[in-house]
Design a protein. Structure first.
Length: 327
C-alpha cells in the first residue's frame, strides 16, 4: 500500500468530495444563500490549507528517514518516535500538519452535514466522508500499536511502516477505511439499539446487533472466540463500560443473587464517575472519543501490569485483518 490511488487533488479532497461539496453549495444557494456563503468560505480555507500541506515533500524525504528507509528494523523503530505527543518537535512538519488537516476536514464536512439537514442523499455521502476521516485517525493509532507488537516480524512491520508513511503522505488509508467499516456498522447498530445489559454475559448483545454484519466480522468472531483479551475488548465495546466496571457489576449481581440488570439500573451499581463518556449517537466524534478512552485505559493497564484488555477492539480487529491479508 505504499502507492495508494486515493484520487486526491492538490487540495486534499478527492473528486467525489469536491463534487459533493459543489452539489451542496448549489442546493444551499437556492435554499439558504447565507449558508452557501459560509460553506464557500470554509472550504476555501480548507483547500488553501490542503494546498499548503500537500506541497510539502514526502515523509520519505525528511531528514529523519534519510539513510534508513531500506532498513526494515530501523524504519519501524524510527517511526515509533513519531507517536508520543511529548516529542512533537521531533516529528516531520507534514505529519503534524496532516493531522490538523484531517481535523479541519472533519469539521468542514460536519458543517455540511448540519446545513444539509434531512436531505438523505447528501447525508449518506457525508457520513461516508466523515467516517473515512475518523477511520484514518484511528488507523494511525493502530499502526503504532502494530509497530510495537512483538508478534509481528520485521518484514511485516516494515510493510506496515510503509503503509503509515503512505497515510501521512496522502491523508487516506484504504485498509483502515475498508476494514474499520465493520466496526462502524457495529457502532451504528449498537447506538440504534442501546445495550439492555440483562445478565451481562454479552452473548445476547452480540447476537442481537451483529447478526446483519458482514462475513469478515463473523470470521473474526469465529477465529477470536477463544481469545480472552478479544472477548474483554468486545464486551467493553458492546456495553460502553470499562473491564473493571463490567467486573464490578457482575460481582454485584452474583453477591445479591440478581439475575439481570436493566439499562437504567447499571450505573447505580458503580461507585464512581463512569470510566467512559456516555456516547451521543448523532455525533460521529463519539466513535473516535470512545476509541481514545479505551485505548488510554489499555495503555494504563499495560503500564501498571494490571488485569483486563491491553488492546482495544479496533486494534485487535485490524491486526486480525492485517495478518489475514499477509498470509
Amino acid at each position: 500500500m505504499s502507492s495508494l490511488d486515493t484520487g486526491l487533488t492538490s487540495t486534499g479532497l478527492n473528486e467525489a468530495e469536491e463534487r459533493l461539496t459543489l452539489d451542496i453549495e448549489t442546493w444551499l444557494r437556492e435554499t439558504s444563500p447565507a449558508d452557501c456563503e459560509l460553506v464557500n468560505h470554509r472550504f476555501s480555507h480548507l483547500r488553501s490549507l490542503g494546498n499548503a500541506i500537500f506541497s510539502y515533500p514526502s515523509i520519505r524525504d525528511t531528514q529523519f528517514l534519510k539513510g534508513i528507509i531500506r532498513d526494515e528494523e530501523q524504519l519501524a523503530e524510527s517511526l515509533l518516535a513519531f507517536s508520543p505527543s511529548s516529542r512533537v518537535l521531533h516529528i516531520p512538519t507534514k505529519v503534524v500538519a496532516m493531522r490538523s488537516f484531517l481535523v479541519a476536514k472533519f469539521h468542514a464536512f460536519s458543517l455540511l452535514s448540519y446545513l444539509s439537514g434531512d436531505n438523505e442523499t447528501f447525508q449518506a455521502e457525508l457520513r461516508a466522508v466523515i467516517f473515512s476521516v475518523i477511520s484514518t485517525l484511528i488507523t494511525e493509532e493502530v499502526y503504532f500499536s502494530c509497530l510495537e507488537d512483538q508478534g509481528f516480524s520485521y518484514k511485516t512491520k516494515s510493510s506496515l511502516a510503509d503503509d503509515l508513511i503512505a497515510l501521512w503522505d496522502s491523508g487516506v488509508d484504504l485498509r483502515g477505511i475498508r476494514h474499520l467499516s465493520a466496526l462502524s456498522s457495529l457502532w451504528l447498530a449498537r447506538e440504534a439499539a442501546p445495550p439492555s445489559f440483562g445478565t451481562m454475559d454479552g452473548n445476547t448483545e452480540l447476537l442481537r446487533i451483529t447478526i446483519d454484519l458482514d462475513e469478515d466480522w463473523r470470521d473474526f468472531l469465529m477465529v477470536e472466540s477463544s481469545n480472552t483479551e478479544a472477548r474483554w475488548a468486545l464486551e467493553e465495546f458492546l456495553f460502553g463500560l470499562s473491564w473493571e466496571e463490567i467486573k464490578q457489576v457482575r460481582s454485584t449481581l452474583t453477591r445479591f443473587g440478581i439475575s439481570a440488570v436493566n439499562y437504567n439500573q447499571v450505573r447505580t451499581y458503580l461507585d464512581s464517575k463512569p470510566a467512559y463518556s456516555l456516547s451521543e449517537s448523532k455525533d460521529p466524534r463519539a466513535f473516535y472519543d470512545f476509541f481514545i478512552e479505551r485505548r488510554d485505559a489499555c495503555t494504563f493497564r499495560k503500564k501498571v501490569s494490571g488485569p483486563g484488555p491491553r488492546h482495544t477492539l479496533e486494534e485487535i480487529y485490524l491486526k486480525y485483518r492485517i495478518i489475514t491479508e499477509l498470509r
